[in-house]
Design a protein around this ligand. Structure first.
Ligand SMILES: C[S@@+](CC[C@H](N)C(=O)[O-])C[C@H]1O[C@@H](n2cnc3c(N)ncnc32)[C@H](O)[C@@H]1O
Ligand SMILES: [Zn+2]
Length: 161
């Protein structure tokens, strides 16, 4: 199984030349200050509404400190990730420490509250990534920003899904 580079989820190359963004009605992908691109909703979303399903190649493998997840991989359970397909919106969803979306049953991204048209859709990566070696420096800008994001499971917290 091929694993991503050590500089995972913070890698320099988030925009492979081959990547194709296929338009999805109701969503746009555009710049998100300090965080590369982000996923935005063009229409209001109700709390609990399913926004999209993360689909792509499934990767499994042991956690270790020198072979880690790729920059777009989406934690989907113990030692399991989904690498979103090129057109899948999961490739573009950023982390925020005060997210407006959540992940249910590993791959279903739902609105955690009412989301206004034009808002960026974000999740808490700490609740999807379980790799104890993973960390990411957060630039979400929230007053409550945790700065260094690590898997919540690392601290024995229950997974909020
Ligand atoms: C699934 S991609 C999200 C789309 C990405 N921003 C892009 O431009 O392709 C995950 C990557 O986005 C960046 N990222 C996401 N949330 C971030 C945050 N809150 N602060 C800093 N970088 C973030 C990190 O580089 C992370 O590896
Ligand atoms: Zn943050």
């Amino acid at each position: 199984m091929a694993r991503g580079p050590k500089n995972h989820k913070g890698g320099a190359s988030l925009r492979p030349a081959t990547e194709t963004i296929i338009p999805t009605p109701g969503f746009t992908v555009r710049g998100s200050a300090g965080r590369g691109r982000g996923l935005y909703t063009e229409v209001p979303r109700r709390q609990g509404e399913e926004l999209f399903v993360v689909e792509g190649k499934v990767h499994t493998g042991a956690y270790d400190d020198d072979a880690q997840v790729g920059p777009t991989w989406f934690g989907a359970g113990h030692q399991r990730w989904v690498e979103p397909a090129e057109s899948n919106l999961g490739r573009f969803i950023n982390h925020a420490c005060e997210p407006n979306a959540a992940v249910k049953d590993f791959v279903h991204v739902v609105a955690a509250r009412e989301i206004h048209a034009g808002e960026e859709i974000t999740i808490d990566y700490a609740l999807t990534e379980e790799d104890p070696f993973w960390s990411m420096e957060c630039r979400c800008g929230a007053p409550s920003c945790r700065r260094t994001i690590r898997a919540a499971a690392r601290f024995g917290a229950p997974q909020a899904r």
